[in-house]
Write a protein that binds this ligand. Structure first.
Ligand code: P71
Length: 462
């Protein structure tokens, strides 16, 4: 039987009740949250699609493994178990745990910034990555293909680097001023879009030509490997782990927020291919920020759960369901005419709100308007990825122009069922059908940095 979407490849044996609120309650709750969904309590959310980071469900094997966690400060058994799994997956020689992705960024990224005026280049830097590049005294430049920003264009690898532009950038800035090239797989910010193997290989060739290190941001590397298997010629019959090893062969360093494809609630990874000196630098830097290099902010139980979760996330049946579930939601929205980033990405569906609410100018945050409307409609929490999140230019203080005004519906791993996706689709479609009623928002308080997290708003009534 040829199934369009596969059902959950698991039985659910522990449940967390969730509660529906009334529209009246939600109006009050959202008002009290300053119309910023980050300020809602999760118990007041019916279906929580704020993020897929650290929100997944662990398996019985992971919970079982936690019981044998070794909590030694230095050199625990759990560390060596995790180390052998990471080395096996990446093929790299050196590994160090950290508490989450931004911990890896904080420890690692400054190591390659050896002087003033340096740059990291990425397909698109994730926000925390950009923040840590800047904290390290460097600048972040994005270099993704143009096709990425055309949501209707059917392109199999919208996360790809623009190779011509990459080479031009290196020549323009001077190869000695490029700290590193960060390959974000999958590319979170513009739709969980994958990067092809051919593109990773070509980036590595360019990097080698100029002697620039390459770094994988592997938060969703397993989902990227699945897309390569599904879409790239020559990989149809390869095992996911072999695709991953080839991905890793085109980088020198692997940084990961393990809260995504590590299938854990907390954890991160720094792995280094063969540069012993760089590894030693990180071993020194990790201690003041994260902890001793054999625990890096994690306890033995966390490392046990991660050692198991990393392998589970490479299981093809798991991945197929994961990607299918996201696609199921996206297909429903697309069929109803809702403008979404297409093809549908690995971890989330991204709704384009500039097109959904053209009557709301960017400075009035159309994607926040849609996000708040689906909370009011059905108690579903999503997140704005648009003008609000992009923030202001530090010099001019103007809002940075934003190509797409996205609302992201991120699906936690192994948490919700297809029926939950139906509820989400119904709510988004309802809001879409009543899009003329959507209102813009204005600040009642604007926080000076990372403003999307803590600012407050009011709807503009006119
Ligand atoms: C996501 C997140 C985390 C997040 C961001 C904003 C609001 C709520 C949650 C984190 C990433 C990521 C990539 C590609 C590094 C990090 C940092 N993503 N690289 O998408 O997507 O990792 O959160 O473990 O520190 O919701 P960290």
């Amino acid at each position: 039987m040829n199934k369009k979407y596969i059902a959950e490849p698991y039985r659910i044996k522990m449940v967390e009740p969730i509660r529906e609120t009334t529209r009246k309650e939600r109006e009050m709750l959202l008002k009290n949250a300053g119309y910023n969904p980050f300020s809602l309590r999760s118990e007041d959310v019916y279906i929580d699609l704020l993020t897929d980071s650290g929100t997944g469900a662990m398996s019985q094997e992971q919970w079982g493994a936690m019981m044998v966690g070794d909590e030694a400060y230095a050199g625990s058994r759990s560390f060596f178990k995790l180390e052998s799994v990471v080395k096996n997956i990446t093929g790299y020689q050196y590994f160090m745990p950290v508490h989450q992705g931004r911990g890896a960024e904080q420890v690692f990224l400054p190591q390659l910034v050896t002087k003033k005026g340096m740059f990291y280049i990425s397909n698109i830097h994730f926000d925390t990555t950009r923040a840590h590049v800047e904290l390290a005294g460097a600048r972040a430049i994005d270099c993704v293909i143009e096709e990425c920003f055309n949501i209707d264009l059917d392109h199999p690898f919208k996360g790809n680097f623009d190779l011509v532009h990459l080479e031009k950038l290196i020549l323009e800035k001077g190869k000695e001023n490029i700290a590193g090239i960060i390959m974000t797989i999958t590319n979170n910010s513009a739709g969980g879009q994958p990067v092809s193997m051919a593109n990773l290989k070509a980036v590595k060739e360019i990097a080698n030509k100029f002697n620039i290190p390459t770094i994988i941001d592997g938060a969703r590397y397993a989902e990227n490997a699945f897309f390569i298997k599904e879409r790239e010629k020559g990989y149809e019959n390869k095992a996911i782990i072999d695709i991953v090893r080839e991905e890793c062969s085109y980088a020198d360093v692997f940084l990961m927020s393990a809260k995504k494809d590590g299938l854990v609630n907390m954890g991160g990874i720094i792995a280094i291919k063969d540069n012993e000196q760089l590894y030693n630098q990180c071993r020194v830097a990790v201690i003041p920020y994260e902890g001793f290099p054999t625990y890096g902010g994690l306890n033995g139980r966390d490392m046990e759960a991660l050692a198991v979760g990393l392998m589970e996330a490479l299981d093809e049946t798991y991945l197929r369901h994961r990607i299918d579930q996201v696609r199921y939601l996206g297909d429903k929205l697309k069929a109803a005419g809702v403008p979404i980033q297409y093809p549908i990405g690995g971890h989330a569906v991204f709704v384009e709100c500039k097109r959904m609410a053209p009557h709301i100018p960017s400075e009035q945050f159309p994607a926040l308007s849609v996000t708040n409307a689906i909370y009011l409609e059905a108690g579903i929490r999503a997140v704005e990825i648009g003008t609000l999140l992009l923030g202001r230019d530090p010099d001019t203080h103007e809002n940075i122009p934003c190509v797409l005004e996205l609302m992201r519906l991120a699906i936690p791993r192994r948490v919700y069922t297809y029926r939950h996706m139906d509820v989400v689709a119904d709510a988004v479609i309802h809001v879409y059908q009543h899009r003329n009623e959507l209102k813009g928002y204005e600040f009642t308080y604007e926080s000076p940095i990372l403003r999307h997290f803590t600012s407050t708003f009011q709807p503009i009534e006119n």
